[in-house]
Ligand binder design. Structure first.
Ligand code: ADP
Ligand code: MG
Ligand code: MG
Length: 495
């Protein structure tokens, strides 16, 4: 069995000669800015300017078979999450301990309980999901095939990192990353490599979901509303969605509002339609609202409830949001749990394989087994709270101290997960303000597969896989958020 670290072959022979590297990097930076592979600067913010988003100069290798498997599974994952979101009993029991100690999840759950009591204004939900995964470099199940063992990363198989049901970003930056790297490979006179970079229609697929929901709502005058943060750094990834919709469907208006603005200007009409000023809202697409900092006061929670109780189709509706919590992911990975949501045994088997070890720290941690295990071998794990957006987890040797500081009840807000050890490859990481030429560094990648699902408790109206995104970080970093400044845009080169 291969020991970690496993390495992946590069798409082209690296390093490049310095003059060539400098020239192509300068061009690629301009190409990125001019094609909207960009963000607003956090350190030097201005609403009037953009920096290119950090990117890998050339694509990172990814085993073709695992990529195809991930794509093929997405519609099953979509259906699974749709069923989970509509299982009131499951959500209630799974989150029961967590909401006793985690105020944010409790607030979300309160909104859910209030709509359960007063009746859903809209039964149809729009799910725009992103299933995030990493290759595990030493998978037992891939260790036996002789022919396969000749290939790079022969023992790799992918494992789910998490599933996002709110603000699943990079629908634009995913395809844009492929475009930058295709430009670079062409500049390097290696256009034949492009055929190994899979097609990526994430933007069209995600916007297609919003448009379909808008059609279902069936009022030609109603608008699509994006819920946004007070300040948006990842602006291109939102605006390109808006511009795509407007370009393809000029009659559909898109507006952007913060939760505070919805509170100040929103109300329900006679038929529970959501009115923002004079505008009726058909579809609400949340790009904010997933972390406590987005709710400055009760007003923002009131706004969330107002939207939930309206007839607008939400992406996500509150139950979809709850279905995306880490606690639910941990519960789903327990033996026999999938049978509650999926009937086909082959599908259950296939989904079961993508989970890595996930462990409860609540009352189900009988005899403190998880707790003791984490203290004994902390380097095997990552400890996760019920949060989104990166930067919240505790890793390896930091886990014992973190756990010891918590009371037994407080631990219920967290889950423990096996650390995935992805194969390492090399790449040039290009950053705004970074050194030139860019450094050649050891990196690891995380692939996100998008899925779109629309339906209500009885029916799924539409369910498809919708492109992908790849984020790559230096191999030594725990996390690799691009907006957070640790990761970089990338795209898969299938080997
Ligand atoms: P968030 O919802 O905040 O994005 P994640 O579960 O995706 O939370 O964790 C953030 C990052 O931490 C991931 O993008 C990945 O880089 C790293 N990470 C999370 N879980 C694991 C794991 N089991 N093994 C290795 N790295 C992980
Ligand atoms: Mg997440
Ligand atoms: Mg994540």
């Amino acid at each position: 069995m291969a020991e970690h670290p496993t390495t992946l072959e590069e798409c082209i022979a690296l390093p490049l000669k310095e003059p060539e590297l400098l020239e192509v990097t300068e061009k690629a930076k301009d190409w990125a800015i001019m094609h909207g592979a960009a963000m607003r600067s956090k350190t030097n913010f201005s609403p009037d300017s953009l920096n290119f988003a950090p990117f890998l100069l050339t694509p990172s290798s990814f085993p073709r078979k695992e990529f195809e498997k991930a794509v093929a599974l997405q519609t099953i994952i979509n259906r699974l999450m749709h069923n989970v979101a509509h299982d009131e009993e499951f959500l209630t029991t799974t989150l029961a301990e967590t909401i006793k100690v985690d105020e944010f999840t409790a607030n979300l759950f309160n909104v859910y309980k209030k709509v359960l009591a007063s009746g859903f204004g809209q039964r149809i939900s729009l799910g725009i999901l992103r299933s995030d995964l990493m290759l595990e470099s030493s998978c037992k199940e891939n260790g036996s095939n002789k022919e396969e063992n000749e290939k790079p990363c022969a023992y790799c198989c992918w494992k789910q990192v998490e599933i996002n049901t709110i603000a699943s970003g990079f629908g634009h930056l995913g395809p844009a990353s492929k475009a930058i790297q295709s430009f670079v490979l062409t500049e390097l006179d290696q256009p034949e490599k492009l055929k190994n970079m899979p097609d990526n229609q994430a933007l069209a697929g995600i916007c297609g979901g919003m448009i379909r929901a808008w059609e279902i709502y069936n009022n030609p005058k109603a608008v699509i509303m994006f819920i946004v943060e007070d300040v948006t750094y990842n602006i291109c990834d939102q605006r390109f969605h808006e511009f795509y919709i407007r370009e393809k469907y000029p009659h559909i208006k898109v507006i952007r509002r913060t939760l505070t603005e919805v509170h100040d200007t929103g109300k329900l009409g006679l038929a529970k339609e959501l009115l923002i000023g004079d505008l009726e809202v058909a579809v609400i697409y949340f790009r904010a609202g997933y972390e406590p900092g987005h709710y400055h006061s009760h007003n923002e929670w009131d706004a969330r409830y107002l939207m939930e109780s309206s007839t607008a189709i939400k992406c996500p509706s509150i139950h979809y949001h709850l279905a995306g919590t880490k606690k639910v992911q941990q519960a789903l990975a327990q033996p026999e749990m999938l049978e509650r949501f999926i009937s086909d045994p082959e599908e259950i088997k296939a989904i079961g394989k993508i989970f890595t070890g996930l462990y409860s720290l609540d009352d189900n941690d009988v005899g403190n087994k998880t707790f003791e295990m984490a203290l004994k071998e902390p380097e095997r794990f990552v400890l996760k709270p019920q949060r989104e957006g990166g930067g919240n987890n505790v890793y390896g040797l930091d886990i014992p101290d973190a756990l010891r500081k918590m009371s037994r009840v407080e631990r219920s807000a967290w889950i423990l997960m096996d650390l995935i050890k992805p194969p390492i490859s090399k790449g040039y990481m290009v950053r705004p303000g970074g050194t030139m030429p860019p450094p050649l560094v050891e990196v690891v990648s995380e692939l996100g597969i998008f899925g779109v699902v629309i339906g209500d408790v009885d029916n799924i109206i539409c369910n498809y896989q919708a492109g992908h995104m790849l984020r790559t970080k230096v191999a030594t970093a725990n996390e690799g958020g691009v907006a957070a400044g640790l990761g970089a845009l990338d795209s898969p080169y299938l080997v």
